[in-house]
Design a protein around this ligand. Sequence first.
Ligand code: AMP
Ligand code: ZN
Length: 477
Amino acid sequence: MVLRVYNTLTRQMEDFTPLHDGKVNMYVCGPTVYDHCHLGHARSYISFDVIRRYLAYRGYDVRYVSNITDVDDKIIDRAKETGENPFELSSRFTLSFIEDMDKLNVQRPDVQPRVTEHIPEIIETIKVLIDKKLAYATPEGNVYYDLTRSLDLVGVLSRQTIDGLLEGSGSRVDVEKDKKYQLDFVLWKISPEDEPGWESPWGRGRPGWHIECSVMSVKHGSEQLDIHGGGADLIFPHHEAEIMQSEGYTGINPFSKYWLHNGFLTIDHEKMSKSKGNFFTIKQVLEEFPSEVIRFFMLNTHYRNTIDFSEKHLEEAGRAYERIANTISNIKYAIQNAPENGDDFCLSEEVNQARDSFIVSMDEDFNTREALADLFVFARKVNALISESNPGKIALEEVLTFFSEIDQVLGVFSEGPATCEEIPGGASDEDVESMIQQREDARKARDWDLADAIRDELKEKGIIIEDSKDGVRWRRA
Ligand code: AMP
Ligand code: ZN
């Protein structure tokens, strides 16, 4: 089986063959830290986390670099509003971002470089671009990339034409007046006295947004990447600018062999973003929903498709999540009383088939949606086998091992159903045990109404109880 990925560069599905056997150099654009991150950011980083984990699952040695933009106009503007020092503000939100990612079980990058720690390297790179006549400094102290030197690269990712760009220029294109050409983009910009700045050959200033990724990917990743990732909004101008800068600097083409872009998380079909104000922070959502459910919700859509966010959709994801988590719980329960070898029938074969389906789905551009759909089918079969036959410990343990194996990629089941209490309307194992005890007490006291009421309440929470000669058994529906 061959892993295939959708490459924005070619607009095609392609077989994935890294530049160096067995190794993958991956760079993903990190956040601009001027506030707590929202769920749209979570979408991007969960997508690339799963891509990274799957590549590792497939045996690749993955190096994952993702930056932190900790100096930027938005940070400076926000610091002016709050009266805070911009560096303190950005450190605060960097920590907030790392904390959110940890909670969402997003593995930390191998390197997470910050712009403010790379100013000398950025200045050196800009000097090389000027020496190569790919960039120019203006008397005002700004440095621009000379787009007329890279016209062949215009539209390489975005498929836009120069005419189209000139007509539509405005959004995310700099409008400074000292440029030679309207579409030139800034590499270094002069800082006013009261704003952060660093001394440079062109005066006191700070880097433009695009240059940091070219510099940090070379320094911490490689001069040529296997995968470059980010949200679809970064395709233009950010990623095209990165291509021009990086290829101009290293002389190596292509800068990245594969370009992967995640689709948007929307609210009412509009992209969730800070500037529109239509966002929920990751922290807000984590107050209401367990992180496993948020991850599961994201993975239930292919990473390139749009997800429309609503509380209702998250609740639905919670219920779907619980179905698989309950299967894991059922297996754990069944193992306790299972014989070493039982009527295993085809459980082992089912596991092998489930593994094959998982790989087939994930090999098709990391199709987590299909992978989860297959997992539901598998979970249903396992539930049926447990309730209808008498599988042995060895076979059941094989199923559990399979769930942990694929969870190295999905990262949603490691805590198992212990988190069910956090799902609205859910019940933890301890809650269930305690309610069953109350029902037993009611039965002993011949309070049949109360016993029935407790049974009904458990049923509403998706808990089925069975009275057997060995006592009460329960499972999740
Ligand atoms: P920013 O801090 O805005 O540069 O965003 C950091 C990363 O999150 C980029 O790759 C963005 O494309 C991505 N991102 C931001 N908002 C969303 C969203 N609503 N849906 C998906 N990805 C997003
Ligand atoms: Zn970037």
